[in-house]
Design a protein around this ligand. Structure first.
Ligand SMILES: [Zn+2]
Length: 385
C-alpha cells in the first residue's frame, strides 16, 4: 500500500576481475563530476566481493561509456546468479558486501540518469516479472544483511497492485526474511544506515516509529536508539507512557537541540501537513554533521503533489481522493497529505540541510527489488563553522 508509487533503486555486487579497477577509476570520475553537479555514484567496491575473471569482455550494450558498463554489469541478473553459483561455501558470513548507491540531487539529474539507463531498467522489470509464475506465494534467494546469512525472501500478493495490467507483488513491503522478519525496505534502510552513517552501537539515534519490527531490530543493534509514535495532541508529549510508548509530534519535538547523531524516518512525513516544520525540527535535533535518513512516497516528478490540506481550524480539505496508509496504532490508517517530488530536496536545502540527495539502489543479491529501482533520501546537518 505504501508502495503504489514505485519507489526506486539501483544496486549490485559484481565479481568480475578487473572491474574493481574500473569502478575505482569511475568513482573518482563521478566524484569529480558530482562536484560539477552531475549525478554522483558511490561506487566503492565491495571489499572481498569482486573476484571472477574473463567475463564481461564480450559485446555488451554500453558502448564506450565506462559508467554504463558499470551499471550494466553490476545489475545483470544473470551475473548475480553466476556469482551465487561461484560463491565460496565457507566463510560467507564474514564477507563484507556493499550496496551500490547512485546519488541524485535534482529532477534534472534524475532525468539524465534515467535516459542513460532506461534499457537496464527495462531488463530489471523483465527480471522481476519473470519471478512471478502465478498468483501464489514464492521465495527469492538472497543475502540478508541484517542476519548476515543466506535467506529465502518470502513474497506473496498482500498489498499487491496492477502494473501494466498484471498483478504485481508489493516488492517494497514483501521480500520478507524468514529469520529476522524484516521486509525489503526495512532491511535496505538498515543496510544504508550502516553504509552511509556507520553509527557505532552506542550512537544516539532517533527514529520516528517505535511499535514496529524495524524499531526492534534497530534497538537490538543500537540499544540507545529512541523511538516514538504520534499518539495525538491529547496525550502528553515526551518520554514514554505506561505502555512504554513515547509520544512525539514531528513539528514540535521535545528533544533538546543537537541531541542525535542521526535521525531516521520512514514513510511518515507524507502524513505531516506542516512537513517543512517537521524537517526543520529534525535539523535542530541533529548534531552538526549528523544525517537524516528517510523515505516518503515519491512521484519522480519535479513538483510535490498535494493530496489534502489542513485548515487553520483543523478541518481537512481533500484535493484528491483520500489515501490512507497503514498505521500500527490505528485501524483507520493515516491520511496522506503529500506525494513528494524533487522540489522536496530544494525545501531541505532552504531549511539548511546540506549534501541532500536521493540514493537509488536495486539488488537481486540483497533482495531489494521493485519497479527497477528503490530510493531512500539522505540530508546532512552542516558541520559547525
Ligand atoms: Zn534477516
Amino acid at each position: 500500500m505504501r508502495d503504489r508509487l514505485d519507489l526506486y533503486a539501483v544496486t549490485a555486487q559484481t565479481e568480475l576481475d578487473g572491474l574493481r579497477a574500473t569502478m575505482a577509476e569511475r568513482e573518482k570520475e563521478t566524484r569529480d563530476r558530482g562536484a560539477a553537479g552531475s549525478p554522483q555514484a558511490s561506487l566503492a567496491g565491495g571489499g572481498d566481493a569482486n573476484r571472477l575473471s574473463g567475463v564481461g569482455r564480450a559485446n555488451v550494450p554500453w558502448g564506450t561509456d565506462p559508467f554504463l558498463a558499470f551499471v550494466w554489469i553490476t545489475n545483470s541478473p544473470m551475473l548475480t546468479v553466476l556469482r551465487r553459483i561461484l560463491r565460496p561455501t565457507s566463510g560467507s558470513s564474514g564477507e563484507r558486501r556493499r550496496l551500490v548507491l547512485v546519488r541524485i540531487g535534482s529532477f534534472e539529474e534524475y532525468a539524465e540518469f534515467v535516459a542513460r539507463t532506461g534499457r537496464e531498467y527495462a531488463s530489471r522489470r523483465r527480471f522481476e516479472r519473470g519471478l512471478i509464475a502465478n498468483r501464489g506465494a514464492f521465495a527469492v534467494d538472497g543475502w540478508c544483511v541484517v542476519c548476515q546469512r543466506e535467506a529465502q525472501f518470502q513474497v506473496n500478493f498482500e498489498y499487491s497492485h496492477e502494473v501494466d495490467g498484471e498483478l504485481t507483488p508489493n516488492w517494497r513491503e514483501r521480500l520478507i526474511c524468514p529469520h529476522c522478519g524484516l521486509n525489503n525496505r526495512m532491511r535496505a534502510s538498515m543496510h544504508i544506515l550502516q553504509q552511509e552513517c556507520a553509527p557505532p552501537s552506542g550512537a544516539a539515534l532517533y527514529i520516528t516509529e517505535q511499535t514496529t519490527s524495524l524499531f526492534r531490530a534497530l534497538h537490538h543493534r543500537y540499544p540507545g536508539i529512541v523511538g516514538s509514535e504520534y499518539l495525538g495532541d491529547s496525550q502528553r508529549r515526551g518520554p514514554a507512557d505506561r505502555d512504554g510508548i513515547r509520544n512525539e509530534d514531528l513539528t514540535q519535538l521535545t528533544f533538546e537541540s543537537a541531541r542525535f547523531d542521526h535521525i531516521l524516518s520512514f514513510d511518515v512525513f507524507e502524513h505531516v501537513p506542516e512537513y517543512r516544520t517537521g524537517f526543520g525540527e529534525c535539523l535542530r535535533c541533529l548534531k552538526p554533521g549528523g544525517k537524516l535518513v528517510f523515505t516518503v512516497p515519491f512521484t519522480k516528478e519535479r513538483s510535490t503533489l498535494v493530496r489534502a490540506r489542513k485548515n487553520g481550524d483543523g478541518s481537512i480539505v481533500h484535493l484528491l481522493s483520500p489515501e490512507y496508509h497503514g498505521d500500527p496504532l490505528s485501524e483507520a490508517g493515516c491520511l496522506t497529505f503529500y506525494h513528494f517530488g524533487w522540489d522536496l530536496l530544494d525545501d531541505l536545502r532552504r531549511l539548511g540541510f546540506c549534501s541532500v540527495g536521493a540514493l537509488l539502489y536495486w539488488s537481486v543479491e540483497f533482495g531489494y527489488l521493485g519497479g527497477g529501482e528503490q530510493m531512500i533520501f539522505v540530508a546532512s546537518k552542516p558541520e559547525a563553522a
